[in-house]
Write a protein that binds this ligand. Structure first.
Ligand SMILES: Cc1ncc(COP(=O)(O)O)c(C=O)c1O
Length: 374
């Protein structure tokens, strides 16, 4: 932990040293060796300029998608940008007119609300449906919102904060709904490399011809490989019309990509990093189960469903009676920083989001501290 506290990014600097930081989506693991290697070499030779107009990133991502998801996107239909948020905003700006409504599916990654506004559009909320054992897209609700004029759906695939891997059938149905209403789907696939084996993750653009006609994906290695500060993402398309939209974005959207981010992303998506990623998924599998065991033993009033993807746990603490925003008391009295549920939408009342992309010791300590309050 002393070594982690030497880090100067948000996770380890936002709170005083006695607080365990399990809030923002950064991980505590060492970098994949291939990433360390290319970054060390870049520093050694002073390779710190602008990204080149032709880079190996699209090919690297196409290879990664083929190996990991059985999907072969065309590198000629991709363009880099600084981060997933920027890709979402710039695409939405192009495919909507000011004041158009964009569907989001709460509880959802809080900046989605701001990204839609930044693009000049207006958020239309269609909450996920709680099936009793998981969550799913409310396709009927989305259909009604489209009937009423919504122009786009901002999809989170897999979903943050619930860790839901949407079924390919629901994604195919979503694509049909969008197509029949002349709407588009922007699929944020930042957590895709972190879908656990066997959960059936499907990239939106791999779902059907209709999905390829109406869809844009924005992808990145930044969550799985902890590269958020290096600034690199990729906008991916798979049809003439959508490719034209992305090609039409100003060159600055591409130029804001970080050179270190690009080098690191190529290394992340290369086959050399596959064993590291497999190891990470195994670690996260153990952590998501450890958390379930700890909650059952120490905080039985908490409700938690093991996520299919990622390192974020969506925990319902309503039954503890700690109010709409239990993270407040947890920070103040247990000295554990969690992300506040209500930030994800009204459905997040009574919830917290816990980042288990860390060591079993830190997860255990955090739950012990919280349990001591109850
Ligand atoms: C679903 C989702 N989208 C986007 C982001 C932010 O990505 P970026 O830093 O590439 O903008 C995050 C960060 O946690 C996220 O969870």
């Amino acid at each position: 932990m002393e070594r982690l506290r030497e880090r100067s990014s948000e996770k380890w600097r936002e709170y005083p040293a006695d607080v365990l930081p399990l809030f923002v989506a950064e991980t505590d693991f060492p970098l994949a060796p291939e990433i360390t290697r290319v970054l060390e070499r870049a520093v050694a030779i002073g390779d710190t300029g602008y990204i080149a107009s032709r880079t190996p990133l699209p090919e690297a991502y196409a290879g990664f998608a083929a190996r990991r998801f059985g999907w072969s996107p065309d590198p000629a239909r991709m363009r880099p940008t600084a981060d997933v948020s920027m890709g979402i905003v710039e695409i939405l700006r192009r495919v909507t007119s000011p004041g158009d409504r964009v569907i989001v599916t709460p509880p959802v990654y809080p900046p989605f609300y701001e990204l839609v506004a930044e693009a000049g559009a207006v958020v239309e909320r269609v909450p996920l449906r709680d099936t009793g054992s998981g969550w799913e897209l409310d396709l009927e609700g989305i259909g009604r919102a489209l009937d009423a004029g919504a122009r786009a759906i901002l999809l989170c695939n897999p979903h943050n904060p619930t860790g839901t891997v949407h079924t390919s059938a629901s994604l195919a149905a979503l694509a049909e709904l969008a197509a029949s209403h002349g709407a588009v789907v922007v699929s944020d696939e930042i957590h895709a490399p972190l879908a656990q084996p066997g959960t059936g993750f499907t990239p939106f653009l791999a779902v059907s011809d209709t999905a390829r006609a109406v869809g844009y994906a924005v992808v990145s290695g930044s969550k799985a490989f902890n590269l958020a500060g290096l600034k690199c993402a990729l906008m991916v398309t798979a049809s003439e019309d959508t490719t034209r939209v992305v090609r039409g974005l100003p060159v600055e959207v591409e130029w804001r990509t970080g050179q270190f981010g690009l080098l690191a992303a190529v290394a992340a998506f290369s086959p050399q990093s596959d064993p590291w990623l497999d190891g990470l998924l195994a670690t996260l599998d153990e952590n998501r189960r450890l958390l379930a065991d700890l909650l059952t033993a120490r905080l039985p009033a908490a409700r938690y469903r093991i996520p299919d993807a990622g390192y974020l746990a969506w925990i319902d603490l309503t039954d503890l009676g700690w109010g709409d925003n239990p993270s407040r008391r947890i920070l103040r009295e247990a000295r554990v920083a969690l992300h506040f549920g209500p930030a994800f939408g009204a459905e997040g009342a009574g919830h917290v989001r816990l980042n288990f992309g860390t060591s079993p010791a830190i997860i255990t300590e955090a739950i012990e501290r919280i349990a001591a309050l109850s």
